[in-house]
Design a protein around this ligand. Structure first.
Ligand code: URA
Length: 219
């Protein structure tokens, strides 16, 4: 995991060969929906594992069959809310929750309208109450213009103030990260990789195409 020098609280995993191998399969145009979904689940799982390294831990006593010793409890893992931004975040969330298995889950249906405005439509929102000890993880594989996430984060913050806000994604464009950090400076961003730029249709380059279409085989 490496911190990106351009922004505060933005991390990518370009230094992790295994995460890069999964990303390579996701980028490959020949990868079909089954392998694509599996890749997203795997990424979610490994990124959640990496995220636990940034969580508060507690030393706890543990009694083995032979003697007492000291163990570890990842305290923050018990207080997680995962917000799944439909559609493509479904498999990513499935991976995240394998490690963050105590998580409460919220669902938001938000999607970008067409170019040039890319206005955000939010037509289903189900978010649990958020408590001061919570780490809120917003799962959205593609951070393109950032407009969807800015809206989703605004909405999430109406449900209570959390200890920490984190966005977990697969790919991000620098434009999207800058816009999110401007609107929500308190939010950390963890992505597998940060790509070069957006094209005129709002797709990330080199990217992986439309994550929702590729995961579910349906445009
Ligand atoms: N959403 C996607 O699925 N892909 C992109 O490249 C940008 C937004």
């Amino acid at each position: 995991m490496k911190r990106d020098e351009r922004w505060e609280g933005v991390y990518s995993f370009e230094d992790s060969p295994f995460i890069m191998e999964i990303l390579t399969e996701l980028r490959d145009e020949r990868t079909g929906p089954i392998a694509f979904r599996k890749g997203l689940v795997k990424l979610g799982r490994y990124m959640a594992y990496e995220l636990t390294k940034t969580m508060e831990v507690e030393k706890v006593p543990v009694k083995t069959p032979l003697e007492e010793t000291e163990g570890v409890l990842v305290k923050d893992r018990r207080n997680v809310v995962i917000i799944t931004v439909l559609r493509a975040a479904i498999p990513l969330m499935e991976g995240l929750i394998k490690v963050l298995d105590h998580a409460r889950v919220g669902i938001v249906s938000a999607s970008r309208g067409k170019a040039p405005k890319f206005e955000i439509e939010m037509n289903y929102v189900k978010i649990p109450e958020i408590k001061p000890e919570d780490t809120v993880i917003v799962a959205d594989p593609m951070i393109a213009t950032g407009s969807t996430l800015i809206k989703v984060l605004e909405e999430v913050k109406r449900y209570g103030r959390a200890k920490r806000y984190v966005v977990v994604g697969v790919l991000a464009a620098p434009e999207g990260i800058s816009r999110i950090k401007e609107a929500h400076p308190d939010v950390q961003i963890f992505v597998a990789a940060i790509d070069r730029e957006l094209n005129e249709k709002g797709y990330i380059l080199p990217g992986l195409g439309d994550a929702g279409d590729r995961a579910f085989g349906a445009p």
